[in-house]
Design a protein around this ligand. Structure first.
Ligand code: ZN
Length: 234
C-alpha cells in the first residue's frame, strides 16, 4: 500500500511538473514580448509609410512649381527685368527647397527600411515561437496522457488492495500517512526502520520476532507501521 501511495504521489508530482509545461510558460512570456514589439513596429511602419508619401508629395509639388516658373521664363512672358530677376531668385530657392525635401525623403525611406527589416525579423521570431509552442503542447499532452493512464492503473491496484485490508489498519495507515509526510508504513530492513532510520534494540527485535505475523507492529521512534520483510534481520 505504501509503495502504491508513493508511486501515486510521484505520478501526481510528475503530472504537475512536466518539463514541456515549464518551457511553454517561458514561451508564453517571450511571445507576449515579441508580439508587443511586432505591434509597435507595425504602427511605426504605417506611420513612416504615410510620412514618406507626404515627403514624396511635397517634393512633387515644389518640382511642379519650378517647372511652371521655368516654362514662364522660357516662353519669355516676363518682360519686366525686375520681375524676371525675382523669378530667377525664386527658381534658386525652389531648387534649394527641393534638395532639402529630397534629403528628408531619403532619411524617411531609410528609417522605413530599418523598421520594415525589424518587423520581418520579429514576425519570423513570432512564427518560430508559435511553431515551438505547437510542438511542446503536443509533447506535453502525450506525457500527461501517459501519466494519467499510469495514475488510473495504480489507483485501480490501490483500490483492490484497500478492499483486502482490515478497516482499522487502513484507517491507522491513512492517519499516519497524513501525519508523517506521506509515509504511514515503513519496511523493517536490517534491524532498521526505513521510515526514521532508527536501528531497533535487541529487546524490541525479540518482541517483534515473537509477535504473530498478523499483529500490527509500530516503530517506537516514529510510530509508523513497521512491515516485516525477508531482509528485516529478525
Ligand atoms: Zn521509525
Amino acid at each position: 500500500m505504501q509503495d502504491l501511495d508513493s508511486r501515486l504521489d510521484a505520478l501526481h508530482h510528475q503530472l504537475s511538473s512536466i518539463p514541456e509545461a515549464v518551457q511553454l510558460a517561458e514561451l508564453t512570456t517571450r511571445r507576449a514580448e515579441v508580439d508587443g514589439a511586432v505591434r509597435d513596429l507595425r504602427v511605426e511602419v504605417d506611420d513612416l509609410t504615410a510620412e514618406q508619401k507626404r515627403a514624396d508629395a511635397d517634393v512633387e509639388q515644389v518640382k511642379a512649381r519650378r517647372v511652371r516658373d521655368q516654362a514662364m521664363i522660357d516662353a519669355g512672358s516676363i518682360a519686366d527685368p525686375k520681375a524676371l530677376q525675382r523669378m530667377l531668385g525664386e527658381l534658386e530657392s525652389l531648387q534649394r527647397r527641393i534638395t532639402d525635401l529630397e534629403d528628408t525623403e531619403i532619411e524617411v525611406m531609410e528609417r522605413l527600411e530599418t523598421a520594415q527589416a525589424s518587423l520581418a525579423d520579429r514576425s519570423r521570431e513570432l512564427a518560430e515561437i508559435d511553431a515551438s509552442t505547437t510542438t511542446l503542447e503536443a509533447a506535453r499532452a502525450d506525457k500527461a496522457a501517459d501519466l494519467v493512464r499510469s495514475l488510473g492503473e495504480v489507483e485501480q491496484q490501490r483500490a483492490t488492495l484497500a478492499a483486502e485490508l482490515p478497516d482499522d489498519l487502513l484507517a491507522l495507515y491513512t492517519k499516519l500517512r497524513e501525519q508523517k509526510g506521506g509515509v504511514g508504513a515503513a519496511a523493517l530492513r536490517r534491524k532498521e526502520c526505513t521510515g526514521c532510520r532508527l536501528t531497533l534494540n535487541p529487546s524490541d527485535l525479540a518482541r517483534i520476532t515473537a509477535a504473530p505475523t498478523d499483529e500490527v507492529i509500530r516503530c517506537e521512534e516514529c510510530s509508523r507501521i513497521l512491515v516485516r520483510t525477508g531482509e528485516s534481520g529478525l
